[in-house]
Design a protein around this ligand. Structure first.
Ligand code: NAD
Ligand code: DAU
Length: 355
């Protein structure tokens, strides 16, 4: 028996990966394990839930007993580990859950897998991580390679960095067949609207302020989630155990450029009395806000033949269309919990816009 465990498969990237994998491997046995936190939503998996090889387990990755039972009962021989607390602003408001899920949860999975696999080097444990572990770049520094020193600056990135170190140690010490990917900012369908792109789309449609932290000059490297999923699949299938692969879009944009682009698209698609740009507000900066991320994805391109395929213009346009077509999904997932978070996160941010 063979099974692929996808932790966090009810979240944004995990859910897109489940769909991607089952499209490419319709006969595979896929087990999604997810605690269904505010960010997890089973509705996002509606189109695959009736798939013959699909199973969903509602559980926490820190619940060792349940994780061990799933490994045994489902014949898990591969893991793609997405489950995490993933939002930087939340980690600043409340870091404890980040330490628990991202560090303790990853430890639990590694430890259970090591015991279940008992030295079988044909198994695979792929840990999905982030470029934020490398810290911040100045405007002129070269993009992050896999050997860039770790300098995490937020509780979120520090917790992800810790989990990366655990994964590395399980390779060096126990010879576990682990792989790590560090990816840049993803965008695309099913992203929770606390993240910049969906937050701006939904706020604009509701005529609410579009909060830009600081002066909007911070830079992120945007990659369509489907390209990320193809990269993860390539590493899972063909990557070398113990290796790290950076995945990025070679697509650096300042935050203000992103927000203005979104406004211009919406001005065409859903014209209002005045341009959506009028809603932009420069607000108090995020503490410890990393200035710039940029990924050098040369290694995965050379070694595994992966490259981004979805151009940013095309990807952004289809993402906006997806949100406009799924406003009911957005409304349903913006639970009471999300509304409370939103009030706390944005209530005290001073509007620093001029004019
Ligand atoms: P997300 O917040 O949308 O989804 C996280 C999922 O994990 C949710 O379904 C949630 O219910 C689940 N989860 C949280 N805590 C859990 C726990 N204790 N036990 C079981 N399930 C739990 O996150 P995302 O944006 O899809 O990110 C997925 C992974 O990719 C994360 O590890 C993140 O660090 C990494 N990553 C994200 C990005 C990005 O731009 N979003 C970029 C690079 C890497
Ligand atoms: O780089 C990969 C990371 O990208 C992932 O590891 C994280 O899980 C993911 O959340 C994302 O982190 P960011 O902090 O870069 O994403 P976010 O969408 O929160 O913010 C993108 C940029 O926009 C960042 O510079 C902060 C800024 N921002 C964000 C929000 C929510 C604003 O200016 N206003 C906002 O309201």
């Amino acid at each position: 028996m063979s099974g692929l465990l996808i932790t966090g498969g009810a979240g944004f990237i995990g859910g897109n990966f489940v769909r991607h994998w089952l499209r490419e491997h319709p006969r595979d046995h896929v087990v999604v394990l997810d605690a269904l936190t505010y960010a997890g939503n089973l509705e996002s998996l509606d189109d695959v839930r009736d798939h013959a090889g699909f199973r969903f387990v509602h559980a926490d990755i820190c619940d060792r007993e349940t994780v061990a039972r799933v490994f045994e009962e489902e014949g898990i021989d591969r893991v793609t580990h997405f489950a995490a607390e993933s939002h930087v602003d939340r980690s600043i408001l409340g870091p404890a859950e980040f330490v628990r899920t991202n560090i303790e949860g990853t430890f639990t999975l590694l430890d259970v897998a090591r015991q279940a696999w008992d030295g079988d080097r044909n198994c695979r444990f792929l840990h999905v991580s982030t470029d934020e572990v490398y810290g911040s770049l100045t405007a002129d520094e070269p993009a992050f390679t896999e050997t860039h020193p770790y300098r995490p600056n937020s509780p979120y990135s520090a917790s992800k960095a810790s989990s990366d170190h655990l994964v590395r140690a399980w390779f060096e010490t126990y010879d576990m067949p682990v792989l790590t990917t560090n990816c840049s900012n993803n965008y695309g369908p099913f992203q929770f609207p606390e993240k910049l792109i969906p937050l701006v789309i939904l706020n604009a449609l509701e005529g609410k302020p579009l909060p830009v932290y600081g002066d909007g000059s911070n830079v992120r490297d945007w990659l369509h989630v489907e390209d990320h999923c193809r990269g993860i699949a390539a590493v899972l299938e063909r990557g070398t155990p113990g290796e790290v692969y950076n995945i990025g879009g070679d697509n650096e944009r300042s935050n203000i450029e992103i927000v203005q682009l979104l406004c211009d698209h919406l001005d065409r698609l859903r014209p209002a009395e005045q341009s959506y740009r009028e809603l932009i507000r420069f607000v108090t900066d995020r503490p410890g806000h990393d200035f710039r991320y940029a990924i050098d994805s040369g290694k995965i391109q050379r070694e595994l033949g992966w490259r981004p395929e979805i151009g940013f213009d095309e990807g952004l346009a289809s993402t906006i269309d997806w949100y406009l077509d799924h406003l009911d999904w957005c409304e349903r997932i913006r639970s009471g919990e999300y509304r409370r978070y939103y009030e706390r996160q944005y209530a005290d941010r001073v509007d620093k816009s001029t004019g």
